[in-house]
Design a protein around this ligand. Structure first.
Ligand code: NAP
Length: 205
């Protein structure tokens, strides 16, 4: 098992961190609000540690559990401290109504993050089409991911598998825009009656 760094201390940081720790990973939490970060590390337990915001993360896999509105600023704030890391983009760049995206094809949130990150850093989109509450239940589920670097995707896929999730590769970085729309689809399904306890998956019939 490995050290997983999570930047952010909100709902998704809690859901991913708790699940990762339960499955034997050491979680490092980083964030701008040191009180919230400390509280989250204590809540996660299992040896979770706090890392200084803006300094080199301890983990090779760094989960950006941040709002889209802040993620690029945070990536720029870290700058070369993220060099060589695998950045996991979980953001959903929804418009104010949650009815569409503020990103465009060819310029998804993940592609913007890749543009802002230092050379040698690989971006993989994952977790964005799973509700935090569902993730926290720790049930077996499917997890879509996308990104350009096969090795980085393989590492994230291993991480997902270690947490009892089945990784489903959706393609390269250009496919991250589709994953952003899939999150809109998931929210539409939930709001239209399916409820917020659902998870998307793929099956052979
Ligand atoms: N919640 C879900 O079910 C869900 C599911 C899939 C994907 N997502 C995506 O996951 C991401 C996180 O969602 P969440 O529900 O965890 O949100 P959240 O509870 O509001 O947490 C957001 C985190 O981002 C930090 N942040 C925001 N702007 C920042 C900035 N400029 N600099 C530094 N930190 C900043 C916040 O820090 P402070 O606490 O200091 O404000 C907080 O730790 C979002 O992009 C969301 O679209 C959410």
């Amino acid at each position: 098992m490995s050290i997983i760094t999570i930047i952010g201390s909100g709902n998704m940081a809690s859901a991913i961190g708790t699940r990762a720790a339960k499955h034997g990973h050491t979680v490092e939490v980083m964030g701008r609000n040191t009180t919230k970060v400390r509280a989250l590390a204590d809540q996660i337990g299992n040896g979770a540690i706090v890392g200084p915001f803006g300094e080199t993360p301890a983990g090779d896999i760094v989960i950006l559990a941040l709002l889209y509105s802040g993620v690029l600023d945070v990536v720029r704030h870290y700058g070369n401290a993220l060099s060589g890391k695998i950045l996991v983009d979980i953001t959903n760049p929804f418009n104010a109504e949650g009815s569409g995206l503020v990103t465009t094809s060819g310029d998804s949130a993940s592609q913007q993050i890749a543009g802002a990150a230092p050379k040698g850093t690989h971006v993989v989109k994952a977790f964005n089409s799973i509700f935090g509450g569902v993730l926290a239940e720790d049930k077996s589920m499917d997890a879509f991911l996308a990104g350009d670097d096969a090795e980085a995707k393989g590492r994230v896929a291993e991480f997902l598998e270690s947490m009892d999730m089945r990784p489903l590769d959706a393609g390269g970085l250009e496919a991250t825009y589709l994953l952003e729309w899939i999150a809109i689809f998931l929210v539409d399904l939930a709001r239209s009656g399916a409820g917020f306890e659902i998870a998307l998956g793929a099956g052979v019939l």
